[in-house]
Design a binder for this molecule. Structure first.
Ligand code: MET
Ligand SMILES: [Zn+2]
Length: 771
């Protein structure tokens, strides 16, 4: 019989229940016992929900209080030195995840430790805690959470499949501890493997039949050292316990990396939602006992699966392997999809059609189980489900809400010239210099100014209808006025309106575009207890109306200084949303680019001289395999150019990017052909600047002069040093002075102090030039 299985469940809960109990524990409102029992109840509920949906192999060990990679580190005793003095294990765990500050008491000393580093989990918007290893790292198996959870489920009569992060991914995703010399963390493999063996034994002894071993790095380009580590690891782990091992990969294709584990595991899970072609490739490679877990239902989106299509694929696998050797599963852990559409009452009543296309984690479990049933009992045994599914898909395909012929036509007919500014940069620069008359080293900011409590309260009141549109508009105008007056006072050169009307740089525009929807409970974890509710792109995108003109024109009317229009770029609008899967990402991005292009042109027509199109997400959208980079960069850079190329030579196009590490995509950044780019730099000065030794960036550039992520006020001296360093690498007539990102999360006093210092630094270098 084919089994219905699952890889992981959205542990935070339908309405972020886990977040609530964890945060009350942090604030001291809940005790440790409250936390343990709250988390335990939530796990019980999640196991039962999956059972009800027909999942036979339910995961355990996928539930975490903060992060699964951090759990793995703690389970193997990988605690960096600076946290070792914290006695209470739970307090220590959270200190590693989020830092800890505690005043001294009579019995204890003061504690002040920062959090460990976070990194993005592959191409998701989830961030994991990066383990830190000493070259002499000692490992010890400490009450593993996965074992605890397995036993807990078992005590309720639920047999689960424990989930473990595999040894090679664990070591490879980590880094040498702070202060330790550089070394290859994979050298620690021989030391950690005995503990994995021990863990597998304990799990098998507790009754586990299968163990799910996640090795997500197997879908990356791996060098021979890593491949060798895989071979060694899985040879050692083969037969380590009575339990069988299911090696899971997701978010991409395994390709030849399959050979490094090949016969040493009992089963392999593939992400067939992303790469269905993997199936044909893998079937002849499996030996005659191995199980294949088919990742059919997309765990990264919110859409109903095409069950008949999944069945076409799955039937091939069953035919080749026999039903005993096939599992059906979501493509990856469901932790990346929200909990259940049952909590989307608003969409259900306001847009029932859209609602009928949605499937969150609970519904995806049901889809997995329907597929398994059809494989076991024939499609006819679930005909009603299949018919309903086909009808919903058909409604989506033919709906007026998804397809707008005008938009389609426009995308199909974009002339090549629309991807290019009228003149090359040097010409444009001459025109802009003449028009803008800016000093050497112009100063500017990235867009947002502090989002104060007043602003948030006014927005909430407006949303609830407690203040009228007119009152709210007036409030926003006053905020803009305050920001303009502030910039006059501080002496900046290119102004911004401050973005007081925006709650979020993507959501704000989503509301002004056709094709975007908003959920009530479409939560996914971003890191720790922090969750985000990305907008949903379900239909062809076009502007409902001009989006920013009123605010920017008003702000410009208050000053003679140039005002910078402010828009969120096409790639970021896409990357930070749940996107549709019924048209290619490239086409979707082009639609957004065209909508933005109209806005950019309207801003110019309204007399706005500078327009910034932010693309902070362009770097993070880079595909996981190098081979796929060029195709991505071509359409993403193209989309930016399409959105910004409709203007005259003398209109200055700015862009902004954060989350550094641009070295990989330097040529693409140059190819954006923005007149000015401001980039986050303050955390990786050298790395960023070094590249200008090798490569020449030809347009204007403002590497962030200070880090806005901390309330600390940078001194004139330190910014002088930084600016001096930049001057060594970059031509002075191209250099701008600016912070490294928007100021929305900062308070006014520190913003004022920092910007006064920044302007002084620019003036100092100007004076030096004219002396
Ligand atoms: C994450 S990048 C932010 C850019 C935006 N214009 C801001 O200043 O907030
Ligand atoms: Zn930024």
């Amino acid at each position: 019989m084919v089994s219905a299985t699952n890889l992981g469940f959205p542990y935070v809960g339908a309405k972020r229940e886990l977040k609530k109990v964890v945060e009350s524990f942090w604030s001291g409102k809940a005790s440790e016992a409250d936390l343990v029992s709250g988390a335990g109840k939530l796990q019980e509920l999640h196991w039962k929900v999956q059972q009800e949906q027909g999942i036979e192999q339910i995961p355990s060990g996928d539930f975490t209080l903060y992060d699964r990679v951090l759990d793995t580190a703690c389970n193997f005793g990988v605690i960096p030195q600076r946290y070792q003095h914290i006695q209470n294990p739970l307090e220590q765990y959270f200190a590693m995840g989020r830092g800890l500050q505690k005043a001294a008491t009579e019995t204890s000393e003061k504690v002040d430790v920062p959090a460990m580093e976070m990194k993005k989990w592959f191409d998701t918007n989830y961030h994991f805690i990066v383990p830190e290893f000493e070259p002499t790292q000692k490992f010890e198996l400490k009450a593993p959470r996965v074992l605890e959870q397995f036993k807990h489920a078992k005590s309720l009569g639920i047999k689960t499949r424990p989930v473990v992060l595999g040894p090679v991914s664990f070591l490879h995703l980590g880094k040498p501890a702070k202060g330790a010399d550089a070394f290859n963390t994979l050298e620690l493999l021989p030391k950690v493997l005995p503990l994995y063996t021990e863990l597998f034994k304990q799990l098998a002894a507790a009754g586990a039949e299968w163990i799910q071993v996640d090795e997500p790095i197997l879908i990356l380009d791996l060098d021979s050292e890593v491949k060798l580590a895989f071979e060694k690891a899985y040879k050692t782990l083969k037969g380590a316990s009575q339990a069988k091992t299911l090696l899971t990969t997701y978010f991409g294709r395994l390709d030849n990396n399959i050979y490094v584990v090949k016969d040493n595991v009992d089963g392999i899970h593939l992400d067939l939602a992303r790469n269905p072609e993997q199936l044909e490739a893998v079937l002849p490679i499996l030996n005659d006992k191995q199980v294949l877990s088919l990742g059919l239902v997309d765990g990264r989106n919110i859409w109903k699966d095409d069950l008949n299509k999944s069945l076409d694929l799955a039937e091939k696998a069953v035919k080749a392997l026999g039903s005993e050797r096939v599992f059906v599963a979501p493509s990856c852990s469901l932790a990346h999809s929200p909990y259940s559409t049952a909590f989307e009452k608003k969409i259900k009543s306001e847009n029932p059609e859209l609602f009928s296309w949605l499937s969150y984690s609970v519904e995806k479990c049901a889809e997995v189980s329907t597929i398994a049933k059809a494989l076991n009992g024939g499609r006819a045994s679930v005909q009603a489900e299949l018919d309903a599914n086909a009808a919903d898909l058909e409604s989506r395909r033919t709906s007026k809400q998804t397809t707008n012929p005008e938009v389609r036509e426009r995308v199909a007919q974009v002339p090549a010239k629309d991807y290019k500014r009228a003149s090359p940069f040097p010409h444009r620069r001459d025109a802009q210099v003449k028009k803008l008359n800016l000093p050497l080293f112009p100063t500017t900011t990235i867009g947002s100014f502090p989002q104060t409590k007043d602003i948030r309260v006014a927005r909430q009141k407006h949303n609830k209808g407690e203040i009228s549109d007119a009152e709210y508009d007036q409030f926003i105008k006053e905020e803009m006025k305050r920001v303009v007056e502030f910039q006059e006072k501080v002496g900046l050169d290119v102004f911004v309106h401050g973005e007081p009307e925006r709650n979020d740089m993507v959501e704000h525009f989503g509301h002004l575009l056709h094709g975007y929807g908003f959920t009530e409970n479409g939560w996914v974890v971003s890191y720790g207890s922090r969750c985000v509710k990305p907008p949903v792109i379900y239909g062809d995108v076009s502007r409902r109306c001009p989006m920013t003109i009123d605010e920017i024109v008003y702000a410009q009317s208050l000053t003679k200084k140039p005002m910078k229009g402010m828009l969120t770029g096409p790639v970021t609008m896409m990357k930070w949303s749940f996107i549709r899967n019924d048209i290619p990402a490239k086409d979707l991005c082009t639609q957004i680019a065209l909508a933005l292009r109209d806005e950019v042109v309207d801003l110019e027509t309204a007399g706005i001289p500078c327009i910034q199109v932010d693309e902070p997400a362009i770097r993070e959208g880079l595909p996981l395999r190098r081979q796929d980079w060029d195709a991505y960069l071509e359409w993403s850079v193209g989309a930016f150019r399409l959105s910004t190329s409709g203007v005259r030579d003398d209109t200055q196009i700015h862009t902004h990017m954060c989350y550094s590490d641009f070295n990989d995509i330097f040529d693409a950044i140059q190819a954006l052909d923005a007149d000015v780019i401001t980039i986050e730099n303050s955390k990786s000065d050298e790395k960023l600047l070094k590249i200008f030794e090798r490569k020449q960036y030809t347009n204007e550039i403002g590497p962030g002069l200070y880090d806005i992520h901390s309330p600390r006020v940078p001194s004139v001296e330190e910014m002088k040093t930084r600016f001096g360093d930049m001057l060594k690498y970059l031509p002075k007539h191209l250099l701008w002075a600016n912070p490294d990102c928007g100021l929305k999360s900062r308070g006014w006093p520190e913003v004022e102090a920092a910007l006064i210092n920044m302007v002084e630094v620019a003036k100092h270098f100007r004076d030096q030039e004219s002396a």
